[in-house]
Design a protein around this ligand. Structure first.
Ligand code: F6P
Length: 360
């Protein structure tokens, strides 16, 4: 087992509130244990370009607990193994360059904070011989093996606040308002935000919808005297007889970009119900800003546990929330899988029992 005296920390993929809280926890716990920390900028680019890394001391992470974004920067490069990498020192095979630079920089291990893409890349480097621990990050809450990820609670809190605000204007104008939330192919943000915000209809990727059913639900509400309706639609939701709404197709290893679901639903619902309808896309607002207290605590626990695992020689693991504990899960059991909303999830069943329509 290699003695860990110097670790690198990186953040990869889309940002999520709480990344800085993890970095802070890693730097403080490692330094207090006598371990040097190097911050790698822009994900694995910190191991490609010599100028993209810096030593991090506790003073460098003071005050970042409450900040969104990441002080290390991040990239979403798609499949980094696909192309050779060109630096001022020459052109290199990506994998080889990372392995060589890891040695050259005198690193003993890495903490890789990221979503499914970054965790999959990290797992490849672990198999090539880099001792590392993964920290799961995503507002989408779809990483397999952990009950929650930091960033999700913040995104849900923002969506809830937005839905609260939309309620008052929808009611004043007796309109339908369709709210599009993120989440990729999982409906966690839509379901949790929708229930917390008291939405009347929640459309999630796990349940293909029929807009006629949604229109029926809205008309029933009107008949009861509630002449406005709030529809939450996940960006990855799709009609029963159609497909997911895409604004940019997958290319060069980059995932497809989802979007347009709210606009499509709003115009169809206006036609079906004859009611004035508006739509709002919450987009990247869900990813920005300060993390909630829950996300700061979860991120701090993840960072502390990641260092503890490295010091114990438990490499190739992802830290996971398994209430009441934070536990190690083998990366090999996590990568390539997705955690979707189970159709028998109690919150989904309760929402149905409350009368929320899922358009099915
Ligand atoms: O995975 C997080 C996420 O915010 C998704 O909810 C969304 O589809 C995607 O990232 C957007 O990514 P980008 O940063 O490429 O706009």
């Amino acid at each position: 087992m290699p003695t860990v005296k110097h670790i690198g920390v990186l953040t990869g993929g889309g940002d999520a509130p709480g990344l800085n809280a993890v970095i802070r926890a890693v730097v403080k716990t490692a330094t207090n244990a006598g371990v040097k920390v190097t911050g790698l900028e822009d994900s694995f680019d910190g191991l490609i370009y010599p100028e993209k890394s810096r030593v991090l001391l506790p003073k460098d992470v003071t005050g970042i607990l409450r900040l969104g974004g990441t002080i290390l920067g991040t990239v979403n490069r798609g499949d980094p193994f696909a192309e050779p990498i060109t630096t001022p020192e020459g052109t290199f095979n990506y994998g080889k360059r990372v392995m060589e630079m890891f040695q050259k920089m005198g690193l003993d291990a890495l903490v890789c904070i990221g979503g499914d893409g970054t965790l999959a890349i990290s797992y490849e480097f672990y198999k090539k011989g880099i001792p590392l621990v993964g920290v799961p990050k995503t507002i989408d809450n779809d990483i397999y093996g952990t009950t929650s990820c930091f960033g999700f609670d913040t995104a849900v809190a923002f969506a809830t606040d937005a839905i609260d605000r939309l309620h008052t204007t929808a009611e004043a104008h007796k309109r339908i308002i369709v709210v599009e939330v993120m989440g990729r192919y999982a409906g966690w943000i839509a379901l949790h935000g929708g229930v917390a915000g008291g939405a009347d209809v929640i459309l999630i990727p796990e349940i293909p919808y029929d807009l006629n059913k949604v229109a029926e639900c809205i008309q029933k509400r009107d008949a009861r005297g509630a002449r406005f309706s709030i529809v939450v639609v996940a960006e990855g939701a799709r009609p029963r007889d159609g497909s997911v709404s895409i604004i940019e197709a997958a290319h060069d290893g980059h995932a497809e970009r989802l979007g347009g679901a709210a606009m499509t639903c709003a115009s169809a619902l206006e036609k079906l119900t004859g009611k004035e309808t508006r739509y709002v896309v919450l987009g990247h607002l869900q990813r920005g800003g300060a993390p909630t207290a829950f996300d700061r605590v979860l991120a701090t626990r993840f960072g502390g546990k990641a260092v503890e695992l490295l010091l114990a020689g438990q490499f190739g693991k992802m830290v996971a929330n398994h209430p009441p504990d934070i536990v190690p899960v083998p990366l090999g059991e996590v990568v390539g899988k997705q955690k979707l909303v189970p159709l028998n999830y109690d919150l989904l069943l309760t929402a149905r029992a409350l009368g929320v329509s899922f358009g099915d």
